[in-house]
Design a protein around this ligand. Structure first.
Ligand SMILES: Nc1ncnc2c1ncn2[C@@H]1O[C@H](COP(=O)(O)OP(=O)(O)OP(=O)(O)O)[C@@H](O)[C@H]1O
Length: 219
């Protein structure tokens, strides 16, 4: 379970306070994947970062009774001067996993061939995204965080392979995905929420969330 209680977050821009969350309370239950809809620039990435602890709230509490992933696409833990192999083995150790398994899994999933043994700094954006996604899949989490704005791969073969593994994982785990469009959420989540005026409005169906979202963005 992941729970926000009375959480506020804002940024000072030098001219005004940009409010992301205003005493927001909500829960993500294990087994109930959730899609969060919000227009661009309103705080989707900040919200995802708060869920995994990369960003701190100004006030309120965030309770994490589950293994929560780093956001898909977050490259913060990956060192550019090390190869994918070295990064994978190092991160496996941090998570208490078998480095041989994590290395072999990532090597197979990301399919970047000899680049797997070269420094990550030499990779294209798409190759980095593939390595990041493979690492996320190699580690076991209860809740996977996906930010649609993060770099992604356009490689069809990789997307099919990684997407298949993610779909398998999702049978026993939970996904929280943030997006500015409902169609992105459809294949991941049935429950949905809308981030609006610093509050998160939760709905049992994506259809209901869409109605509020369309009203907010078009009306
Ligand atoms: N450290 C910061 N200092 C000041 N403002 C910030 C900071 N981080 C984010 N912001 C601002 O907060 C707002 C929300 O940012 P965030 O990246 O969370 O939005 P988003 O919904 O993910 O955006 P996009 O859809 O464009 O990726 C933006 O206006 C952004 O400029």
């Amino acid at each position: 379970m992941l729970e926000f209680s009375g959480v506020s977050k804002s940024f000072w821009t030098g001219e005004r306070r940009k409010v992301i969350l205003d005493r927001a309370s909500f829960r993500v239950d294990i087994g109930y994947s959730m899609g969060i809809l919000a227009p661009n620039g309103t705080g989707k990435t900040t919200l995802i970062k708060m869920m995994c602890g990369l960003e701190k709230p100004d006030e309120g509490t965030i309770t994490r009774n589950a293994r929560i992933s780093f956001p898909l696409g977050f490259m913060g833990g990956i060192l550019n001067k090390l190869s994918a192999k070295e990064n994978a083995r190092y991160i496996a150790q941090l998570y208490g996993l078998d480095p041989d398994y994590v290395e072999a899994f990532c090597r197979w999933v990301c399919g970047i061939e000899e680049y797997f043994d070269m420094p990550v700094g030499t990779y294209s954006g798409g190759m980095k995204a593939r390595f990041n996604f493979s690492l996320l899949l190699a580690l076991e989490f209860d809740i996977y965080l996906i930010d649609e704005g993060m770099p992604s791969s356009t490689d069809a073969e990789f997307n099919r392979r990684a997407g298949g593994i993610l779909a398998e994982r999702m049978k026993n785990s939970t996904v929280v995905i943030v997006s500015h469009q409902a169609t992105t959420l459809e294949k991941f989540a049935r429950r949905a929420a809308v981030l609006r005026d610093g509050k998160l409005y939760q709905f049992d169906t994506l259809e209901e969330a869409k109605q509020l979202y369309d009203y907010q963005t078009q009306g």
